[in-house]
Design a protein around this ligand. Sequence first.
Ligand code: SOE
Length: 382
Amino acid sequence: MTAIAAAVVGTGFIGVVHVEALRRLGIPVIGVVGSSVERARAKADAMGLHVYASFEEMLADPRVTVVHITTPNYLHFPQVKAAIAAGKHVVCEKPLAMTSTESAELLRLATEAGIVHAVNFNIRFYPLCQHARALVQAGETGATRIIQGSYLQDWLMRPTDWNWRLEPELGGELRAVADIGSHWLDLTTFITGEQVSAVMADLATFIPVRRKPTRPIDTFTGKEVTAAETIDQPIHTEDYASILLRFASGARGVLTVSQVSPGRKNRLSFEIDGERSSLAWDSERPEELWLGRRETASGLLLRDPALLMPAARGTTDYPGGHAEGFPDTFKQLYKAVYRAVAAGAPPAAPDYPTFADGHEELLLGEAILRSAREERWVTIDR
Ligand code: SOE
């Protein structure tokens, strides 16, 4: 039997997070591929990793059993397809592809090949999000009525802020919604078990022209360019979205997405109102879950394994008061994915997000874009 080992394509901000999480689990990372050998080398040297000359060379390495894809969005489809054809298990960053036609094909190919396939919706793996889901499933909140919240960031709020996600050819026609709104939609439907049936969206681009650097820069940290190193670039993807949601059960929702909200660094928040009680959580205070009630005092739960529902305890490793955060969600996600890898095939009911979940987000994203363009409600066509 071949031993389990991973390789990562993409050496940006999130590629490094994948490597660190794998190492915490003791999963060997054989090497990485970057946009160029030189750019990959700096990151790889800091992590003591081998740099492959190309993605093809990485796929040809028989020691690599799992491929993590953390490249710009337009590369996901061809790279996932090639990895499946090479017989690898695949963990892909979101969005899974650029269109729902592509994501449907990847889901079909992965299913036919019998490989383990996952999409990196890591936010599901905050222990209190798992606890919230377990509470809903246990009937604690009662039938869900309203799901509301937002995902707000400020790293693209200035005309000088730049990232490849701003270019539709590299990131897709939908930007903020695909990048961060997809996390919110995945998370809230995961917690409640609700399915979105229709959307009504309003999108806005507040910065119609940005200054694009003439050389590659890093996500979040790439602020080191001078004005002389930039050109003016018209922007057509959204900085902001407000989306009304209808769910198949009759529940209603509203989501705000923004990458231009000063002071909000990376804040996903939700409030779920059930017929009996409510739940509220915020990713900038991930150790606290608010439980809202009418007849008795509402409460704030501080994460503590002993106080979590049994179904959530497996996704937390530290005692209460010893904060777990963003990197821990990757570790917990890969624990679940690599249990399936060790078994050699996906389980009947995966406890991690799969290509089916990635495809669902592409379907929702396309409906959101169509709704905004046509200024009307759009039903999700599954
Ligand atoms: C950039 O907006 C980004 O890195 C997203 O791509 C991630 O999914 C999110 O976790 C943080 O922000």
